[in-house]
Design a protein around this ligand. Sequence first.
Ligand SMILES: *Cc1c(COP(=O)(O)O)cnc(C)c1O
Length: 377
Amino acid sequence: MRLQDIKTPAYVCEKSKLQSNLNLLNYVAQTSGAKVLCALKGFAFSPGMPLVSSILGGATCSGLIEAQYAKEHGFKEIHTYSPAFKDDEIDEVLSISNHVVFNSFNQWKRFATKAKNSNASIGLRVNPNVSASPTDMYNPCGRFSRLGITRENFEFDNIDGIDGLHFHALCEESAKSLEMVLKAFEEQFGKILPHMKWVNFGGGHHITKAGYDVELLIRLIKNFSKKYNVRVYIEPGEAVGWECGFLIATVLDIVDNEQKICIIDASAECHMPDTILMPYRPKIRNESQNGKFSYRFGGATCLAGDIVGAEAGDPIYKFDNPINIGDKIIFEDQIHYTIVKNTTFNGVKLPSLAMIDESGDVVVWREFGYKDYANRN
Ligand SMILES: *Cc1c(COP(=O)(O)O)cnc(C)c1O
């Protein structure tokens, strides 16, 4: 199928771009000695999973369901962390996972016996209390954070059975930010590192973004693992799916209220939630800064604020040519943190999942409809 024939809305992953993200992450793994895990929280896209699981070192999971998904997709290692595990899920989590990371000493004590009787390697998540995150919403080390144990609450003499430490302090950050966090982490927790087998540097490393200092990351990992004789893990989500696909929608109508407004069959609220929450303004293919024709784009929902780019303060998109009803609109970079977060609010259809290869051939893997709405309502 060609792209112009696809039924919209659809998330379309560009296979060659995903492949080049994975190649870069694999280069980091090979040269630094770290294992690179895919954080399913940010990127769980079934059509891409055969590629991801064959190239990366494993998957990082936020609980039982993501761990089950990682198992089904054949990841080499499964690492599971949750802010709190449940009594009726922990057995299966421990049996599926190679690593299990607890968020508090309460949780570690609650499940220590089961953990020690399992084959999983156990770690604790700490909160180094520094971060360079862009917004509070995405800062795991902000004031009152529930994520990870602070040094004040860390029971340094209660680590029998603990193999590793985990921190996650970054969001879309540079290697320089990691360097800063590592320094604080070492100052606060350095004294127990000689007792650890592994340290997980979490996610938020924007490795596949142009300009990221990959060689600094490699140096930081190498120096750290040599200094403490530990295996290092990193677990990016966004960097796996970064700029490797788009959301394609059709213009259903164009209305006028001081400004031309295209109503599309995709929705910012349902299908591009971080454009509202983060917020950010997605690029549209073929937009033109000096174009004479300007439009807003709104979803076919009843939510007034379901306008693309409005929360980021810039909902006007300009084009050199007028847009017509029936045209297809392509929102760039909509593969990570979209599919995993989308909703059936207003009964809007979930976008299909598709892959496009370099020759422009499109394969649709999954379509959604009434059943998906009914099953979750
Ligand atoms: C969200 C998250 C990740 C992935 O973060 P990205 O910003 O997508 O790279 C990794 N580890 C943990 C614990 C997370 O919460």
